[in-house]
Design a protein around this ligand. Structure first.
Ligand code: GLY
Length: 287
């Protein structure tokens, strides 16, 4: 089977970060060309996305209402092995910690315990805060103060900026992997976990393919989006499945999807989204 990598910088990401999507995808493809697996490819791709300070993952992640940064990341393969971390702090690459969790009997580690797990596995302290993230946080607080509404009441109506980054990969042996990483959404309470590390919601993989989502976590979890898309692949093909997934949401809810399957790859979104793929026939699709 021909290897494929698809990457994205998150729904809401603009053309200015297209280069990151490309570098990330090429890093994934390099793994595959060197004989690496779909798992190696997806992880390598997400590391590049996390390391660019312009994305909302790893370095450059959003701040929560209290000014802290807590990140979520996950990876799942077609054998349905999963590794995920939620609300992890002070690591450079949450996706690499999620990859380590995959080698344990568990699926998901959270909060300070995820951070402690990272330290035990040699991930040093790292502050992912950037000046841009600090500026955004300051703007958020100013906006909330003006509107005098509780933060949680404003969260989804005022959603702005870019979201979770992700990658899906297919290797020559027909194995599929989905991986994603996020700093979360605007107006988040500390401890809040979105869709990104939740199997079936923010990502899903199995023998039919792999799917990764980006957008408002609460809405994605409610509809178990990636499992919905995965379940449509056999009947609708990967393109039709992504379109069906996107159509579940009103346009007011920003959503992006990437997927890979036996019949190729697909992308769908209802906002601007920088993405990249090796599968030349894939067209951008909005509904
Ligand atoms: N999709 C990212 C989040 O809601 O946290």
């Amino acid at each position: 089977m021909r290897p494929i990598v698809v990457t994205h910088c998150g729904v809401g990401s603009i053309a200015e970060v297209q280069d990151v999507a490309g570098r990330s995808g090429r890093a994934g493809m390099q793994q595959l060309r060197r004989g690496g697996s779909a798992l190696d490819a997806a992880i390598a791709a997400v590391v590049v996305l996390e390391d660019d300070p312009r994305t909302n993952a790893g370095t450059g992640s959003r701040m929560r209402l209290d000014g802290s940064i807590q990140m979520d990341a996950a990876v799942m393969d077609s054998r349905r092995r999963v590794g995920a971390v939620a609300a992890i702090s002070n690591v450079k690459n949450p996706i690499l910690v999620a990859r380590k969790v995959m080698d344990t009997p568990h699926l998901l580690l959270t909060g300070e315990w995820a951070t402690r797990f990272a330290r035990r596995h040699g991930f040093p302290f790292y502050d992912p805060a950037t000046d841009r993230a600090r500026e955004r946080w300051h703007n958020t607080l100013t906006e909330l103060a003006k509107k005098k509404l509780p933060a949680w009441a404003k969260a989804w109506r005022t959603y702005s900026g870019s979201d979770t980054v992700g990658a899906v990969a297919r290797d020559g042996k027909g194995r599929f992997v989905a991986a994603n990483s996020t700093g979360g959404v605007s107006y988040m309470l500390p401890g809040r976990v979105g869709d990104s590390p939740i199997v079936g919601a923010g990502l899903y993989a199995g023998p039919m393919g792999a799917v990764a989502a980006t957008g408002v976590g609460e809405e994605i979890v409610r509809l178990v989006l990636c499992k919905f898309v995965y379940d449509q692949i056999e009947d609708l093909g990967v393109r039709g499945a992504c379109d069906a997934g996107l159509k579940l949401f009103p346009k007011s809810v920003p959503i992006g999807l990437i997927a890979v399957a036996k019949d190729g790859a697909a992308e769908a979104d209802n906002r601007e989204m920088a993405w990249w793929t090796t599968a030349a026939h894939v067209r951008k699709r909005r509904v």
